[in-house]
Ligand binder design. Sequence first.
Ligand SMILES: *[C@@H]1O[C@H](CO)[C@@H](O)[C@H](O)[C@H]1NC(C)=O
Ligand SMILES: *[C@@H]1O[C@H](CO)[C@@H](O)[C@H](O)[C@H]1NC(C)=O
Ligand SMILES: *[C@@H]1O[C@H](CO)[C@@H](O)[C@H](O)[C@H]1NC(C)=O
Ligand SMILES: *[C@@H]1O[C@H](CO)[C@@H](O)[C@H](O)[C@H]1NC(C)=O
Ligand SMILES: *[C@@H]1O[C@H](CO)[C@@H](O)[C@H](O)[C@H]1NC(C)=O
Ligand SMILES: *[C@@H]1O[C@H](CO)[C@@H](O)[C@H](O)[C@H]1NC(C)=O
Ligand SMILES: *[C@@H]1O[C@H](CO)[C@@H](O)[C@H](O)[C@H]1NC(C)=O
Length: 520
Amino acid sequence: MRPCGIFIAVVFSYFPVHSYHLHHPRSANDTLGVSQRRAEAVKDAFEFAWSGYHTYAFPNDELRPVNNSFTNSRNGWGATAVDALSTAILMESQDVVTTILDFIPSIDFTVSKSGTLVSLFETTIRYLGGMLSAIDLLDGPYSYLLQPSRNTTALERQAVSLATRMKFAFNTPSGIPANNLYFPTDTYDISVPTGLAVAGSLILEWTRLSDLVRLLDFADLTQHAEEYLLHPRYTNNKSLPLPGLRGTDIDLRNGSFTNVRGGWGGGDDSYYEYLLKMHVYDPEQFSTYKDEWLKAVDSSVSGGMFSHPYTRPDLTFLSSWNGPKPTDVTGHLACFAGGNWILGGIVLGNQTLVELGQQLTDSCAETYSATITGIGPEGWTWEVDDDDIKVDNQFYDDNGFNITSIDYDLRPEVLESLYYAYRATGDPKYQEWSWKAFQAINATCRVGSGFSSITNVNAPHGGKFTNFQESYMFAETFKYAWLIHAEDSKVHVGKGEAQNWVFNTEGHPFKVRAKQIEGH
Ligand SMILES: *[C@@H]1O[C@H](CO)[C@@H](O)[C@H](O)[C@H]1NC(C)=O
Ligand SMILES: *[C@@H]1O[C@H](CO)[C@@H](O)[C@H](O)[C@H]1NC(C)=O
Ligand SMILES: *[C@@H]1O[C@H](CO)[C@@H](O)[C@H](O)[C@H]1NC(C)=O
Ligand SMILES: *[C@@H]1O[C@H](CO)[C@@H](O)[C@H](O)[C@H]1NC(C)=O
Ligand SMILES: *[C@@H]1O[C@H](CO)[C@@H](O)[C@H](O)[C@H]1NC(C)=O
Ligand SMILES: *[C@@H]1O[C@H](CO)[C@@H](O)[C@H](O)[C@H]1NC(C)=O
Ligand SMILES: *[C@@H]1O[C@H](CO)[C@@H](O)[C@H](O)[C@H]1NC(C)=O
């Protein structure tokens, strides 16, 4: 691995070849000053959005920023507050941290306040992940943000309460958890299969919880379920996915996959993400997970999923898998993969992986620069050879892809991968791209008392506002936009195999289990 971080960023900025994006060469002090100002500007936007939520929506789940109203799409437990906590801690927004810490002990996780169904997956990554991260940060390098005589005991108690309440999800014949939990009677529909990303993305949170409170059953439940994913069986095994890749739906009764379609996009994504991140969490216990992850990457590259558009062979998108062959469809969610592959390259000391991840990241960033708003779309498709192109289309000819879903839901994945690319290479172009993307989001999605999803990234002003602000904007979008400029943050992705922190799929940093190394 090349060393990373501010040192390289500073050195690069002396060489015109690496500062082509700058209007004029900058000195080392300027570079640091620019980063600090940008980090401060992202923090300002975060605090503006927090203030709108706190004024008009707290303690409900989400703000409707256009008319200062609110929604409760996550069972009414205050999703935005819990999701915002780890970001507020990293940014050292003391007032926000104190407000959320005062609030969390009052949540009653045993009863859904809104709706009868609780999503095991969403609840785990947002609420449980947010609280576990806060425990690690406040018991660790950010302890000075706890008020005198305060501690993290209430957070632990709430985390245990929530996970204990959801444990019945695993009480299926196979042990594969149900996702849609009917809280009034602790039941679920056994005939509804569970998705790969659901079954494979709980393990980091539930294992961290077990380690923190020394109760093994949370880890055991998720690790048992993961065995079906590591050793898959298929209901119809006539055409199987490539080695390392998986189908999408899993039968709760016997743990078999009921289909073979999949890839790195929504519904499958964080299974692959967590194979690697469990290795980061503890390379000894989870080394076989890393082996499966590497197989998935290798199959994706050799199996035709690492795909280049005919009109833009310089770009690379990850195709989906649909039965016997790849289909050239992807989207914003799958853009996490670039950063994930880069993280794999860092912790495995494999420069090839870093470069493959950079290709994916750079191409996802191009979906942003291609549009009128400077924000990338939700979904797109492309063609690998010219015979397939049916329609004469200037946007396609210029950009190499064709937008199939044109909205933007305040998603973080492109900013997330740019962050990993910057950590691995120190190349300041990643800071520039992230800054441009964040400015575009701020210019287009900011409305009323917060930020809203928009309906059309390729129309002036983004089409219409949907008047909805997802909680993950606080957990992830603001966090990754900020971290890439916050050179002295204490939770950065490290330079080599050993890491101090690993981010869950909602952007909440957890302390790793293995022997702790000092920050850098
Ligand atoms: C944490 O704080 C609570 C309330 O102040 C107190 O009852 C408890 O003993 C403290 N726990 C620890 C481990 O200090
Ligand atoms: C698992 O259950 C599904 C749905 O009932 C069934 O079609 C399939 O044959 C079963 N697979 C195995 C390996 O038993
Ligand atoms: C395919 O399924 C059959 C029975 O349904 C089973 O005996 C065989 O082991 C399976 N093969 C693989 C590769 O899973
Ligand atoms: C590095 O990663 C690439 C891509 O997955 C893989 O083909 C190669 O075997 C890896 N190299 C080593 C030394 O593990
Ligand atoms: C682009 O997408 C539109 C639908 O959004 C479709 O009508 C058109 O055929 C596509 N063009 C190409 C070149 O794929
Ligand atoms: C975001 O928009 C506000 C309001 O227009 C502006 O004051 C602020 O400077 C912008 N921040 C960034 C990072 O673009
Ligand atoms: C706010 O707007 C939403 C639609 O975006 C609407 O459903 C809701 O009723 C409005 N609330 C108030 C209080 O006006």
